[in-house]
Ligand binder design. Structure first.
Ligand SMILES: *[C@@H]1O[C@H](CO)[C@@H](O)[C@H](O)[C@H]1NC(C)=O
Ligand SMILES: *[C@@H]1O[C@H](CO)[C@@H](O)[C@H](O)[C@H]1NC(C)=O
Length: 333
């Protein structure tokens, strides 16, 4: 009986795993960046993100949202979208005015920047948590936990003063609470479904090798480029045989305009020790068919030679055919 139970568990557990392994973003958040140049000039920038993919912009002149994907509205009706956008417009106008009014009281010196982010995240097991954080001058200022304003240590007495003030605006806190704990999770589930085809797509990387600026006499910088892949997680390593080279240097994973990613890793080696080195790429789109590129492998040279020779051969054949036809035409005459 116990054995049966264990067998059953063994069948059930991998199933659970593969469900959790669904690729793509699991969170939605908005970002607000408010810049105050002086007592009369302020600017708000807003955007909405699914993980690291931007799906909303904000036109601050007209105070309207920009939907960057055909599915950016998720499963919300136009009425509900309008309602939320109206709320955001009123909020941003009010926020700017309040900050300008209270700048003196809070001893804020122009110019300064306020950053805010708020959203919700889906966890394995389908629980959804929400968050809201504010920063002043690039430092954590306050956060919201269980609908309570929590001053950040970096925020000092100003942050404590701010939280003491915001408690008096219970109406605003209630609206924020509803947006975070009710609207955001409902929107997140809807938009993840609406954008499924794009969010869960798999795009294979292309990879190539080059040499970088020489790091010193008798040394080479080998560069392995990996480009055009989606989703973002990727593993790239310089190898000697099956041995990972720990001195592999990773760059940042950089975005392409089409939503795919670019990544490069480099290896600084003694010029005489390059043979047997390869760059290995693992990515979900490749399954277990890793890309392996060997340094100095003839493939690249063969390709170049082919690229030159093939058109040349075709030209030769065309010329030969032309001559042959001319010749046979003349010989008929
Ligand atoms: C406020 O800042 C803006 C933008 O930098 C500038 O154009 C404007 O002249 C400033 N106004 C005052 C009163 O300093
Ligand atoms: C959108 O989808 C979510 C999750 O499936 C659901 O809870 C919600 O009722 C749907 N409709 C709207 C208008 O939010």
């Amino acid at each position: 009986m116990l054995l049966l139970l264990l067998l059953l568990l063994a069948v059930i557990i991998p199933g659970g795993d593969s469900e959790d392994a669904v690729q793509g973003p699991t969170s939605y958040h908005v970002i607000q960046i408010s810049t105050y140049a002086n007592s009369t000039w302020a600017q708000n920038q807003g955007s909405g993100w699914l993980g690291d993919l931007q799906i909303h912009g904000w036109d601050s002149d007209s105070g309207t949202a920009i939907f960057l994907k055909p599915w950016s509205k998720g499963n919300f009706s136009n009425e509900e979208v309008t309602e939320v956008v109206d709320l955001l417009r009123v909020y941003l106008i009010g926020f700017t005015r309040e900050v300008q009014d209270k700048a003196k009281e809070f001893q804020l010196e122009y110019p300064f920047v306020i950053q805010g982010t708020a959203g919700c995240e889906l966890h394995p097991g389908k629980a959804i948590s929400s968050f809201l954080r504010g920063a002043l001058g690039g430092l954590d200022f306050v956060s919201l936990k269980n609908n309570l304003c929590v001053p950040a240590p970096e925020g000092g007495s100003k942050a404590q003063q701010f939280c003491a003030l915001i408690i008096q605006y219970q109406g605003i806190l209630d609206i924020i609470e509803t947006l975070l704990s009710e609207t955001c999770p409902r929107y997140l589930l809807g938009v993840l479904d609406a954008g499924k085809a794009e969010l869960q797509r798999q795009v294979k990387p292309e990879a190539w090798l080059s040499s970088g600026p020489t790091p010193g006499p008798g040394r080479l910088l080998l560069v392995c480029h990996v480009s055009g892949f989606y989703p973002k997680p990727v593993w790239v390593m310089w190898m000697r045989g099956e041995q990972e080279q720990p001195s592999t240097q990773r760059g940042d994973i950089l975005p392409h305009a089409d939503g795919t990613w670019y990544f490069r890793v480099t290896l600084d080696v003694v010029a005489g020790e390059v043979s047997g080195l390869s760059c290995r790429v693992k990515h979900s789109s490749l399954g277990d068919q890793d890309i392996i590129l060997y340094w100095g492998h003839p493939t690249s040279i063969t390709l170049i030679v082919l690229a030159i020779i093939v058109p040349f051969l075709i030209l030769l054949i065309c010329l030969a055919l032309w001559y042959w036809r001319r010749w046979s035409y003349q010989s008929v005459l």
